[in-house]
Design a protein around this ligand. Structure first.
Ligand SMILES: CC(C)=CCC/C(C)=C/CC/C(C)=C/CC/C(C)=C/COP(=O)(O)OP(=O)(O)O
Ligand SMILES: O=P(O)(O)OC[C@@H](O)CO
Ligand SMILES: [Mg+2]
Length: 247
């Protein structure tokens, strides 16, 4: 499956893409597979698999395998380090945390992980990863020089640099569980410089209303993680968000 081309087709057809993030460290592989199935029944387009801490090794492999047994939408790794790779996934967001102070997150983990991607069938999708205030756990782990919420122009110049470096996707991240997502002014400023390049927004999106604000401002794809881990009826929650963003 060519995942990037597949997501492009969904954008052409539905306007927007919904991604569900599952953290292998948050539940058993069997439960992860149940959540993934429920999310697909709610209309999610792909399952992202990763976490800042503890998403590696056998637990990661088993989680990917179980999820793939249950569903047919793409599985995309969202690695916190080179240890967040699994040969069983369809694709990986091959990302550089452009606003990190730590070279490890800018390039070293990518160098260490590249041979595994080369040897496997995993499709790399190049991505500029940008962390905005408050940034949460991932901002701390990634030693990010957090982009101030009220400075959309800083996010835009990072995004432009990422685009000129050849990255296809840009991810604006407020941090998992953020009180509110990246604001629409910043999303709009970034999408304006990106043009046809794809913009993902995640962190703090919990309902149809905030999801719609993000996509109306210019996000091509939105990610929900925490809310899917917390609600009882995953299918209903995902369906609520999906119906708000798709045409
Ligand atoms: C491409 C390769 C091989 C590695 C990339 C390495 C980079 C750039 C990592 C960026 C920094 C980082 C720690 C990212 C983690 C991304 C992630 C999976 C975050 C979200 O996980 P959640 O489960 O939502 O949140 P918690 O971390 O709070 O659990
Ligand atoms: O957990 P939430 O707040 O949905 O955030 C998802 C993702 O952007 C985290 O990397
Ligand atoms: Mg987590």
């Amino acid at each position: 499956m060519q995942v990037e081309a597949h997501l492009q087709k969904i954008i052409e057809k539905d306007g927007k893409v919904h991604l569900t993030l599952i953290d292998p460290a948050s539940q058993t592989p069997d439960r992860a597979a149940e959540i993934a199935l429920a999310a697909v029944e709610g209309g999610t387009d792909a399952i992202m698999i990763g976490g800042s801490t503890g998403a590696s090794g056998t637990l990661l492999d088993e989680t990917v395998i179980k999820i793939k047994e249950n569903i047919h939408v793409p599985t995309i790794l969202f690695p916190g380090s080179s240890a967040g790779l699994s040969k069983y996934a369809d694709a990986v967001f091959f990302m550089s945390l452009l606003n990190s102070r730590d070279l490890g997150y800018v390039i070293t983990n990518q160098v260490l992980g590249a041979p595994l991607v080369y040897r496997s069938q995993i499709e790399p999708i190049s991505m500029a990863y940008l962390i905005v205030e408050p940034g949460g756990t991932v901002g701390w782990v990634g030693d990010a020089k957090l982009i101030p919420r009220k400075k959309p122009e800083i996010a835009a110049v990072y995004a432009l640099a990422g685009k000129y470096l050849g990255m296809h996707y840009t991810y604006l991240e407020a941090g998992s569980g953020a009180d509110s997502p990246v604001n629409p002014e910043m999303i709009g400023a970034v999408k304006q410089v990106l043009g046809e390049n794809k913009l993902i927004v995640g962190g703090g999106i919990r309902n149809a209303e905030t999801a719609k604000i993000c996509t109306s401002a210019g996000a091509d794809m939105i990610v929900t993680g925490t809310v899917v881990e917390e609600v009882k009826d995953v299918t209903a929650k995902v369906a609520e968000i999906v119906s708000a963003i798709k045409r």
